[in-house]
Each structure stands twice: as structure tokens, then as C-alpha cells.
Design a protein around this ligand. Structure first.
Ligand code: SDX
Length: 429
């Protein structure tokens, strides 16, 4: 049959329905595979496994397409804002002007954190990694809103709109406070007259009698950076959020887990690793050729390159590449790292090793150059990714929480350990 597939195991055939997505992608529905055949699938890294049906984002990795609720990322990048795209990702449609104004007001009204939370910062060593601070602060944020973090889905959903706006707002405040604490600087109160990204830069960089002034378009560039990170299907951190949500955990605990997953250098930590790689290349007086040689010999990864899904150019990388150039021009900065990055990109895209493996620049390749130009310290880069990804994590939590049929995520395994089986018969005692 056209809409079914057959798996032959031994001498038996097992038929399974095929689920077809809106964009024509097809999935073999193997939810009855073990019951029918006694077999499970094995797909380390889940490269061939769909964990859910989702209406939020769509990626065509072969063609380099990314859409949020059907809208192409290029159009959102050109015409939308981070908060409007956040609303779209979370609620499924672009807001009317009134709804957007109400959403922005709700986010603005939640800009401050409970004074009790300020003391948490005193407990962290000044060299604590910002991602460690962020994940713990987001989870403890739930303690201040027990009515939204009850782990009773009906109750948590009843408070969803407020907890979503609250998290989008306070993740930014906590990030800025983390930076100030680590610098030994006093916290800066949010300024409700400023838009989302500019308010963040104000909380990061304003000083008494010297308020941060955005004279170079940095806040627009940051807003674009955040928009481009809003969601990205079932990546490592979003899948983690869904995994935690699937057990019934509240939104705060789930996004806190997402922060931990994002931290790794293969995922969101790559934006920090790219800048460190470019700085090493610059310090060595190399143009990147030696680094490419090491990458080809498996001695290093070309950070910011490659992707599990994109086997074409990551559309976000293209946009960020142009945006970082514009910001550097606007600031009158001639950053040698940008030239090295562009050389690396050209060299890799012409090199058989990368061409054969379809390795292209991903979202992290240029984002660090943009953040560095805005004045964000490198160790805060992955925190910036988390701020941008917050709407996507929230939307995915909501999709699980609202689905009364959603099941706890509990993969199977193939056991390859010891077969001793008898405690008393262990010879080497
Ligand atoms: C993000 O999933 C998402 O959507 C993530 C993300 C999001 O928005 O949430 O897009 C954000 O995490 C982007 C990726 C950021 N990470 C990096 O830039 C780190 C560098 N990239 C690699 O670590 C790697 O490309 C991954 C982790 C991104 C993808 O790894 P895969 O899919 O497991 O690919 P693989 O390791 O199986 O690689 C296939 C081949 C291997 O060579 P062979 O074994 O075939 O000889 O390609 C090689 C790899 O060694 N390869 C690289 C490489 N990436 C893959 N070689 C050199 N440099 C690289 N960057």
C-alpha cells in the first residue's frame, strides 16, 4: 500500500502505516514494532527517529529551509522582531497589533526579579560559568511562582501565558545580572522605556550617571540574533525540554534542563568555541589553512561548521554573516576575526573533505563575531543563545503539556553488559 511500509524480520513481514507531514516528509509509524515483532529499532543520536508530531518549526536540511509556523526565517528576519516571532512560535499565529502590544507589555512588566533571588547570586563564585548560574536561577525562579510550577499540568497550563512572558523577560534580566555579578558591578534595574534587546544592553552596560546609549544599531542586531535563535525543531536542548516536560515537570524545570543541554560545545556552546578557534588562528598568524588541515585529519572540529540536519547552508548563518558585517561597519570596527572566518568559509566550501560531508557554516559560525562587536563577553555567548531559544523551548513544552495523549519519553536500549547473572558464582572475589 502507498501509505504503509513493510519491515521484514527473519521470515516474517510486518506492515506499518506511514505518517506524512505537511511538507511531504514521511515517517514509518513503528509504535507497534516491539509488540508485533519483539524487535526495537536502534538509532544512536536519533538521526532517523521522529520523537513527536509538531506544528512549530520545519527544517528542510537538504535545501537549507527553516520556517516557524510556516513563515520563512528570511522573511521573519527582515520584517519581524524577536518578541513578535516569539509570540508566533508560542501561539501559532502572528499577533495583531493589539495582541503584540499586550504581549510586550506583559514581558516588560516581568522585567525585574524577586529581591530574594538577588541573594542567590552572592552564593556563586565569581568564576562560575554563566550557563551554570542560568540553569539554576531558572529552576529556582519556579520556587517564587509555585502556582505556575506545580507539576499539575492543568494548573500550570492555566498560568501558561504569564509564565511564558515571565520567562522570556526574566531570562534576559538574570543573564545581565549574572554578567554584573561576575564583574563585581552593581545590578542595573530594567528600564521600561526601552525595547527588549536594548533593555538587556542597558542592564548589562549602563553605569551610574552614564546610561547605555545604543548609537550603532547594536540593539537591532541583537534583536535579530535572538529572533534567529527562536526555535529549531527537535535539537538537543529542545528535545531535552520535551523529555523533561513529558514526565509532567513544570515549565521552569524543563527550560532549566534545556539550558544544561545547550551548554555543550557540540550544540549551543559552539558559538563560544568558534571565537576561541578564530582567536587561536589569529594568534598563530595563520589564515585558517592549518586549522582546516587539522580538521580534515580528525584532530579538531571546525567549530561553527556542520549540522545534523542542514546538509546545505544554514539560512541563519547567511543572515548572521551579513548582519555581523553591518554591525562592524556601523561601529567602525575592523575585526580580523571576520576576515579569518570568511577565509575559512571560502576554503572549507571549496575543500573536498567538507563538500563530500556536506559541511556548511551553521548558526554559530558568525554569531560570535556579532556578539563580540556588540560587547558581549565570550563566556556569555551561549547564554545569549538561551535567551533567543527560550520561546522555542516554551512552545515545545506547551505542545506536550496540551496534548492529553502525550506519553513519558522512555527510549529502549540494547544491553551489551555483563552476563554473570549469579552473585554467588563470581570467581574473582
Ligand atoms: C547547533 O540540531 C540543531 O538544530 C542545533 C542548532 C540549533 O539551532 O539548535 O542548529 C544549533 O547546535 C549548531 C551546531 C553547532 N555545533 C558545532 O558547530 C560544532 C561542530 N560541528 C560538529 O560537532 C558536528 O557537525 C555536529 C555536532 C554539529 C553534527 O554532528 P553529527 O550530525 O553527529 O555529524 P557527524 O559527527 O556524524 O559528522 C559526519 C562527518 C564525520 O566525518 P567522518 O566520520 O564521516 O569521516 O563529518 C565530520 C565528522 O568527523 N564533521 C566534521 C565537522 N562536523 C562533522 N569535521 C570537521 N569539522 C566539523 N565541524
Amino acid at each position: 500500500m502507498e501509505n504503509s511500509g513493510t519491515i521484514r524480520i527473519g521470515n516474517e513481514n510486518f506492515d506499518f502505516p506511514i505518517i506524512e507531514g505537511i511538507e511531504g516528509e514521511r515517517a514509518l509509524d513503528t509504535r507497534t514494532l516491539r509488540a508485533k515483532s519483539g524487535c526495537i529499532t536502534f538509532d544512536e543520536g536519533y538521526g532517523n527517529t521522529g520523537s513527536c508530531l509538531s506544528e512549530i518549526s520545519f527544517i528542510n536540511g537538504e535545501k537549507g529551509i527553516l520556517r516557524h509556523r510556516g513563515y520563512p526565517i528570511e522573511q521573519l528576519a527582515e520584517h519581524s522582531s524577536f518578541l513578535e516571532t516569539a509570540y508566533l512560535v508560542i501561539y501559532g499565529q502572528l499577533p495583531t497589533a493589539d495582541k503584540l502590544a499586550a504581549f510586550c507589555a506583559e514581558v516588560r512588566n516581568h522585567s525585574s526579579i524577586h529581591t530574594g533571588m538577588r541573594h542567590h547570586f552572592e552564593g556563586f563564585p565569581s568564576n562560575a560559568h554563566p550557563m551554570a548560574i542560568l540553569s539554576s536561577m531558572l529552576n529556582s525562579l519556579g520556587a517564587y511562582y509555585p502556582e505556575m510550577s506545580s507539576n499539575n499540568r492543568e494548573q500550570d497550563l492555566a498560568h501558561f501565558d504569564e509564565s511564558a512572558a515571565l520567562l522570556i523577560s526574566k531570562v534576559r534580566t538574570i543573564a545581565a545580572m549574572t554578567f554584573r555579578m561576575k564583574q563585581g558591578l552593581p545590578f542595573v534595574f530594567p528600564d521600561h522605556s526601552r525595547r527588549y534587546a536594548e533593555n538587556f544592553l542597558h542592564m548589562m552596560f549602563s553605569e551610574p550617571y552614564n546610561d547605555y546609549q545604543d548609537t550603532s544599531g547594536a540593539s537591532n542586531a541583537l534583536d535579530l540574533f535572538l529572533l534567529l535563535h527562536a526555535d529549531h525543531e527537535q535539537n538537543c536542548s529542545t528535545s531535552t525540554v520535551r523529555m523533561v516536560a513529558s514526565g509532567g515537570a513544570n515549565l521552569f524545570a524543563s527550560v532549566s534542563a534545556g539550558v544544561c543541554a545547550l551548554w555543550g560545545p557540540s550544540h549551543g556552546g559552539a558559538n563560544m568555541a568558534v571565537i576561541k578557534m578564530l582567536e587561536e588562528i589569529h594568534a598563530a598568524g595563520d589564515d585558517g589553512s592549518r586549522f582546516i588541515k587539522d580538521a580534515k585529519e580528525g584532530k579538531a572540529k571546525l567549530m561553527g561548521f556542520g549540522h545534523r540536519v542542514y546538509k546545505n547552508y544554514d539560512p541563519r548563518a547567511k543572515i548572521l554573516g551579513k548582519s555581523s558585517e553591518r554591525v562592524l561597519e556601523g561601529l567602525g570596527i575592523n575585526d580580523p576575526l571576520l576576515d579569518i572566518a570568511k577565509h575559512l568559509e571560502r576554503a572549507a566550501l571549496e575543500d573536498e573533505y567538507f563538500v563530500k560531508r556536506k559541511l556548511y557554516p551553521n548558526v554559530d559560525f558568525y554569531s560570535g563575531i556579532l556578539l563580540k562587536a556588540i560587547g558581549i563577553p565570550v563566556e556569555m555567548f551561549t547564554v545569549m543563545f538561551a535567551i533567543g531559544r527560550m520561546p522555542g523551548w516554551i512552545a515545545n513544552w506547551k505542545e506536550i503539556a496540551e496534548n492529553s495523549k502525550s506519553r513519558i519519553h522512555r527510549p529502549r536500549q540494547v544491553y551489551t553488559g555483563s552476563a554473570i547473572r549469579d552473585y554467588l558464582k563470581v570467581d574473582e572475589r
